[in-house]
Every structure is written in structure tokens, then in C-alpha cells.
Design a protein around this ligand. Sequence first.
Ligand code: CO
Length: 472
Amino acid sequence: MVRVIDTTLRDAHQSLLATRFRTADMLPILDKLDRAGFYSLEVWGGATFDVAIRYLREDPWERLRLIREGVRKTKLQMLLRGQNLVGYRHYPDDVVEKFVETAFKNGIDIFRVFDALNDVRNLIVSVKKAKSLGAIVQGAICYTISPVHTIEYYVKFAEELIALDVDMLTIKDMAGILDPTTAYELVTELKKRFKVPVNVHTHNTSGMSVATYVKSVEAGADFIDTAISPLAFGSAQPGIQTVYFALPPTRRPDVDLNVINEVSEYLDRVISERYSGLLNLKVLIPDHGVLIHQIPGGMISNLISQLKELKAEGRLKEVLNEVPKVREDLGWPPLVTPLSQIVGTQAVLNVVVGKYKVITKEVINYIAGLYGKPPAPINEELKKVALKNVKEITVRPADLLQPELSKCVDQVMKLGVPATDENVLTYCLFPETAKEFFSGAPPPKQETTPKAEAPQPSKPDIDVNLLIAYAQ
Ligand code: CO
């Protein structure tokens, strides 16, 4: 029998409603979710923290405590981006440790920890801290497709995670490109080699998710991630009410479909009353293109807007062809935040301005090793050009960071806000947004189709007009 992790209150609304689902609308279903028979509920982390303070002006810590009050039996889990926590840069170790400790104190039982480059050094501090508190750790393997991302590659990374004493392995397919056959092979291999339970996390972006889960379970997966319709399918996880019947009767999870159906009815009503404007047809319709070029939908819309800015709208096709070339030059990084933005911007510049005529600051930092170790070696020629005046690092990136926590305490006190661990961490992670949040300023105007995540530090640090002149 497979067990189920429900993502409705985190990944599902992050994927379908731009992470905008409010705490007040979560509270009425907590009791039902608690009684539905799920192994755990993913309710926190990812983009939810940032969006809560930035756009909803809600305290994410308070959300967590309220969910914990309403969910007494079922475990709660969060998605943690390793040394990036729930932000977009590496934080120093004192901030990472305090964040994990405070999340645990406020009600998180399970930490799912990943690094965009599958560089285990970016996971060590958060995993060790969570283990020392007695929390459960799911070590996540970012899944992508490239010549170096073979079954052996994933097994080798899984070995490194196991050496960190993680309790479970999660195959994290953030783009929805894990096909059923590969899922079967990968789960079979991980089950054969390791004693810990194996979990599969996919998205329905391309429409393959149910088949991927059926084959994963057939291969022995112990856990799968699903959501509850109408916050399911599209670019989110597939719905449990469908996955349940797709599985062979002997492997179906022990969940209460009646209670789950009640949650569906509630969500149906609340979404049509209050959130329908956020539903974006683009993420609801299966995108087969992602299976060909492996470029997630969100990244393509970014590329289009960057091309517009450079007055080169007609060159999308060339950019889509350039993306895998840049990926290869950079050692095949997975296209996940923040690397998708970094690769995408460089591909646009290569097409519009000329091959590596302009190299973004982010690409230089990446080549210098500041994000971690790439899956494969970086193109030597590119490295020479990019690191002309920059030193390459070989240490763990966060080793170069100074402690920040006590400075954040001072800043929070200056703002006249109680310097609780929670407030200090909110400030440490997002200082500018935290200032606005603490001051009670109204949130920025909502775009009609808001982005799932806040703007990334991805823009090239160069003059757009200069580029346009250069290109012509
Ligand atoms: Co996901």
C-alpha cells in the first residue's frame, strides 16, 4: 500500500494560484485534511513564505501555527531550498540553523530539503540541524534530463544523501518531465540500493503524472505526492481522487475519499468565489513542449518578456535552441530556480548580442563556484573568458559568508518590532519586504496574472539600451 503526501496547501496553490491561497481560507478544511488519512501535509516553504509577506501581508509563521493547531494527528512538512531556505540566495549557517529550529518549534515535523545543483554541501547544515532536533528529513534529488543525469548519477547523489542520514529519498521532478519508464527504472534502482523509503514528487505539466505514479508505485515507491481537485492537475500534482483509482486495488492508499470529496466541494466554492481571476489557462492545459525542450512554462514566459525588452520578440525559437547549448557550457544545471533564470538570460543575450559577448554577473558567479558544484565540468574556454578578473572558489559557498543573525536582531529592534526569532528571520530572509510588511504598508498592486514567485535576481546587470544598440 502506497502512502500519500498531500500538497494542496503548498505546491498545488503555488502552481495553480500563484501561491495566493490565504490562511483564512485554509482553516475551515484543516480538520478534514487531518482525518483524510494522509501520511503528511506539505503546507509551508517554497514560495509561500515570500508571497505571504510580499503580496498577502500575512505572517507565514502565524499561518504555520494556525495550521498546527488545526492539524493534530497528521504530520506537517515544508519544502526547504537547502542553504537558500525559502529565499533566493545562500544564507550564512547561523541563519540556516535558526530558521530550521524555529520552523520545527512552530510545527514542522518533516523537512524536504533540496539543492538546485544537487550539491550536497549546500544541504549539510540544514539536514544536520533538522536531524539534531528529531525532525524527519526527506533528501530530495532534483530530476532533470541531460547527458550526465543518468540513473548512476542519481544513485551516486542518493548515496551522498544517505551518508547525511536522511530518513527518506524524494525524487523531485519540478518540471513534470519524469516519464513513467524512467520513473520505474529510477525507483527500482533506489529501492534496490537503499533501505530508506522512496517518495516520488511530480507535476502534471505535460499530462504524464498519473502514469508516472502508477509505474513508480509498481516499482515499489513508498510515498507519492498528490493534491486535491480543483487544486490539482494543470501544472500542480495530480488529484488523489483520480490517482487512487488508477492504482491497482492492492496498492491503493488508505485514504478516506468521502472526507476528501468534502474538501473538494469546499475548494470548488471558495476558488470560484475568490480566486478564479488567478487561474491561468496556460498552466491548466498540458504542455507537451516541455518534453521536447525541457524548458518549464514559467521560464518561457520570462524569455518572451526579456526578448520584448530587447526589441527582439521574433527570436524565441533561436533562444529555445540556445538554452541547451548554454546548459551544456555550464555543466548541465537543472532548470530550476534560480538556475532557470540564469541560463535563460544568458541564452537571450547570446542570441541577441552574440555568443558570450556579454556575460551576466550571475553566470560569472556561477562559473566561479558561488552556487555550488555543477553536475558536469564547465566549458574551459568560457571559463577562461568569464573568470578573467574573478577567482574561482572550491570551498562550500556558504563558508565565505559571515554570520548575519545578530545584525538582523539590531535591525528589527530599530524598526520597533519585537525581536522574536520569527520576526528576526523574516527580516534576515527578505529585509526590504519585511520592512514594508512590519510597517503595515499596503501590498504592491497585483498583476492580472501574477507570477508564482517574486521577481528573481536574474536580470543582467547591464544597460538594456546599450544592448539594443549593440545588437543593431
Ligand atoms: Co513541486
